[in-house]
Design a protein around this ligand. Structure first.
Ligand SMILES: Cc1cc2nc3c(=O)[nH]c(=O)nc-3n(C[C@H](O)[C@H](O)[C@H](O)COP(=O)(O)O)c2cc1C
Length: 221
C-alpha cells in the first residue's frame, strides 16, 4: 500500500482560533480578514501601493520558478473600456453568466485600479524540455502548472492588498471572454488568468461562511 500524505493536526490547531488567537499573528490575521470586495470608494490607490502589491504577487512559488505570469495595471480610460467590453459581451451568454459579467463590469468601473493577470504560455512551450518529459498529457500538465503558479500569485496579491488596507475581488467570470480580454490587454499570446479590481472600501463585510476545515480534511496514517 502506498502511504498517503499526513496532514498535521498542528496546522489546524494553529488556524483554529479557539486554540491560537489568529489576531496574534499578522499573516493569519490578514488571511482571516481577506474577503471579496466588489464596490469601492473614490479614494485613489497610489502607484507605490500597487507596486508593493505586485512585488508580493511576484514572490509566489511557481513551477520550475518560471514565473510564467504577466501583470497588467489598468487605469483611467482603458479601465472604462475593459468594463465596456464585459458589458458588450454579456448578452452573448445566458443567465447567470450574463449577470455575472455585468456585475464584474460594475466592480471594474467602481475600482480606481484594476490588475489583470495573464499566463504567458512560456512554461507550456518550454516545459517538455525543462522537465525532460515526453508524455501524451504533457501540454495539459504544463498548462495546469501554469494556472496553479498564477493562482498562487493571485492569492499573494489578494493578501498583500488586504494587508495594506485595500479591498479586492478575483473576477474569474471574464474567462468566458478570455480571448477578447487578452487582446484588449495587448498580450500577444498566453491565457487569461484573473482580473482583480483594487480599491478602498467603506463597508465591512463578513463574507459568506466557510465550511470548517475539519469537514474537508481526512487524516491518513
Ligand atoms: C477562481 C475564482 C473566480 C472567482 N470569480 C468571481 C467572479 O467572477 N465574480 C465575483 O464576484 N467573484 C468571484 N470570485 C470570488 C468568490 O465569489 C469569493 O471568493 C467567494 O464567494 C468567497 O468569498 P470571500 O472571497 O469573501 O471569502 C472568484 C473567486 C475565485 C477563487
Amino acid at each position: 500500500m502506498v502511504a498517503g500524505p499526513v496532514y498535521s493536526r498542528k496546522l489546524f490547531s494553529i488556524l483554529n482560533p479557539t486554540s491560537i488567537n489568529m489576531s496574534d499573528n499578522e499573516t493569519l490575521r490578514t488571511i482571516a480578514a481577506r474577503r471579496s470586495i466588489r464596490l469601492f470608494t473614490d479614494q485613489e490607490v497610489d502607484d507605490i501601493v500597487v507596486t508593493s502589491i505586485l512585488t508580493a504577487a511576484n514572490q509566489a512559488p511557481s513551477a520550475h520558478n518560471q514565473q510564467s505570469w504577466r501583470f497588467v495595471v489598468v487605469r483611467g480610460q482603458k479601465k472604462a473600456e475593459l468594463a465596456s467590453l464585459a458589458v458588450s459581451r454579456a448578452g452573448d451568454f445566458p443567465k447567470p453568466s450574463s449577470s455575472l459579467l455585468r456585475m464584474a463590469a460594475r466592480s471594474i468601473s467602481s475600482a480606481p485600479v484594476v490588475v489583470a493577470i495573464v499566463n504567458t504560455g512560456d512554461l507550456i512551450a518550454r516545459g517538455e524540455n525543462l522537465f525532460k518529459l515526453d508524455h501524451p498529457g504533457v501540454r495539459d500538465f504544463f498548462r495546469t502548472m501554469e494556472i496553479q503558479s498564477s493562482a498562487a500569485a493571485v492569492q499573494n496579491l489578494l493578501l498583500a492588498a488586504t494587508s495594506l488596507g485595500l479591498g479586492s475581488v478575483w473576477l474569474g467570470i471574464l474567462f468566458l471572454i478570455k480571448e477578447d480580454v487578452r487582446r484588449f490587454l495587448g498580450e500577444p499570446e498566453g491565457e487569461f488568468m484573473a482580473v482583480i479590481p483594487l480599491g478602498y472600501t467603506d463597508r465591512s463585510t463578513k463574507g459568506p461562511n466557510k465550511v470548517p476545515a475539519e469537514e474537508v480534511t481526512r487524516y491518513l496514517k
